[in-house]
Design a protein around this ligand. Structure first.
Ligand SMILES: [Zn+2]
Length: 518
């Protein structure tokens, strides 16, 4: 073998991330596709962090948001004690994740005792500092959002901008947070730190919005809602559900062995509907507490199902996502969700279209290629082709490798910019290249019309490039990739370990079918 058994890749280093979070999901109904999507992409990012060796200890945090009047009412209409109701719903999220191959390291519940104590301690500090004071609030209140809206934000002067349903006019005693005190600091922060919010256009419009007008004091407690964390100094009030929910990130990080400083290495994955809470309220609370702000907010778009918005009034759209993974497999669902649309755009799930994509890419292009190559290696070459047997790579092999390497670089760069859609597309172009090479070289003609050396070289090149490809695909389709890598004798990825493609012996312990048509 000549010196051409290793090929350098040009890769940029990604920043260190210790924690990736999903929002804690509101426990007033069963999980749906929107929850599944957030969980899946957060899980993919986390797996990628570990794989890229940037931070092998990266942890995934998720949980359930279990307080608020809306939940107490939902429990009542289900004739259940509220605690039992949230126990059931929290459980339905916890049993869903394994069905989607999501592996959280921490699952936080806002009804956890330790979390309640954390929130009360934070409240006391904010109140003692004068950031929170007792006052009155009157205005337009959305029961579904559990928040007041200024008149200018209402749709047609009467409806919630999120729920598009009518708000009620309400006046009550409430604690208020002096949000305006942090407006300048927020503007400065967002102006001097690019890419805190992805995609960047959200950050730009937020800066404009913050500059345009003072911020109203934020109502941060509810009177007459007993299902919540009690305000330490006033038993008539419970803490605003969003303070409760947002600080669950810190409670979970503490449960994982981190502390408030770990937030600077934390990325929050959120849907665009909760951007305001995460880009204004959350950092304002943190600034008030003198805690450094999170590394990044990653904002994703929404899904419709068969063209229909996900809505409780349309049961076809609120089916448990495990039904999709039953039909498409967890890997198939994860792949199709990543492949189908850029993260920040909205997308539409049509099961037949998803199945077509999965069958074309994972079955025909990947699994079948691997199976055919491994069959040749096991049948003709006793399951192993030694690199030392190849005297020199021929022109075609070198050309194939040299075509694939820049695409592998692009895939990794796409992951580092969280562009899963592009990563999946580029993974397919590697598969097209490998399939083209394999078919043109026709190694199955060995011992018929083709010399052994050429067939061995073809199988070795395909095996090595497929190994790296399967590794880069593994955050998206972990089970499929694990099975293929295992069949190869569990070789590590040279591009993640050394930023170099190193050709190794090609091993095939067997030649299983790794994918069934969905
Ligand atoms: Zn609303």
């Amino acid at each position: 073998m000549n010196t051409n058994n290793s090929f350098k890749l040009n890769l940029s280093k990604s920043s260190k991330t210790e924690f990736i979070t999903t929002p804690i999901f509101y426990a007033n109904g069963e999980p749906h596709l929107g929850h599944a999507y957030t969980g899946i992409i957060a899980d993919i990012f986390c797996r990628y962090q570990r794989l890229s060796q940037t931070n092998i200890g990266c942890q995934l945090i998720t949980g359930t948001d279990e307080h608020g009047q809306k939940i107490a009412s939902a429990a009542q209409s289900n004739n259940l004690p509220t605690q039992d109701f949230v126990d059931n719903l929290s459980q339905s999220f916890q049993v869903l994740w394994p069905k989607l191959a999501i592996e959280p390291d921490a699952f936080i519940r806002t009804t956890d005792t330790q979390h309640k104590l954390n929130v009360q301690r934070i409240w006391q500090q904010l109140e003692q500092q004068g950031d929170i004071y007792l006052g009155h609030y009157s205005g337009h209140y959305c029961i579904a959002c559990e928040q007041f809206y200024p008149e200018k934000d209402l749709l047609d002067g009467a409806s919630c901008p999120v729920h598009k349903r009518e708000v009620i006019f309400s006046q009550e005693e409430t604690y208020l947070f002096r949000l305006e005190n942090y407006r300048e600091a927020l503007i400065e922060y967002y102006q001097s730190n690019d890419n805190c919010i992805e995609p960047g256009h959200y950050q730009q419009s937020l800066i404009e919005q913050l500059k345009s007008a003072p911020l109203d004091d934020l109502s941060v407690s509810r009177i007459n809602n007993k299902w919540g964390i009690q305000v330490p100094s006033n038993q008539d009030h419970t803490v605003y559900v969003w303070i409760d929910a947002l600080f669950s990130y810190l409670s979970a990080i503490q449960n994982c062995g981190g502390n408030a400083n770990s937030l600077t290495n934390t990325q929050h994955v959120i849907g665009k509907d909760i951007l305001l809470f995460h880009s204004v309220y959350w950092p304002a609370f943190l600034l008030a507490l003198d805690i450094k702000l999170p590394q990044k907010l990653i904002v994703h778009g929404w899904w419709t199902i068969g063209g229909e918005k996900i809505s409780k009034s349309n049961p076809d759209t609120t089916v448990n996502p495990s039904l999709f993974s039953d039909k498409l497999t967890s890997d198939g669902l994860r792949y199709a969700l990543a492949r189908h649309k850029p993260l920040y755009r909205d997308g539409n799930l049509v099961l037949d279209e998803f199945a077509q994509t999965i069958n074309a890419d994972l079955l025909n292009n990947l699994a079948n290629l691997v199976k055919r190559n491994h069959t040749l290696i096991t049948k003709n070459f006793a399951g192993e082709i030694k690199l030392a047997e190849i005297s020199q790579l021929d022109k075609e092999s070198l050309a194939c490798i040299n075509k694939v390497i820049p695409v592998l670089e692009r895939i990794i760069n796409a992951y580092q910019t969280r562009d899963l859609h592009r990563a999946a597309k580029e993974i397919n172009s590697v598969l097209a290249e490998l399939n083209g090479f394999f078919h043109q070289r026709a190694p199955w003609l060995v011992y018929k019309t083709q010399p052994e050396a050429k067939a061995k070289q073809t199988c070795l090149v395909v095996s090595n490039l497929a190994r790296e490809l399967v590794w880069v695909l593994s955050p998206i389709t972990p089970k499929l990739c694990h099975d293929i890598i295992e069949e190869k004798g569990t070789p590590s990825s040279s591009i993640f370990e050394h930023q170099v493609l190193i050709l190794k012996d090609a091993v095939a312990l067997c030649a299983n079918s790794h994918w069934q048509k969905v």
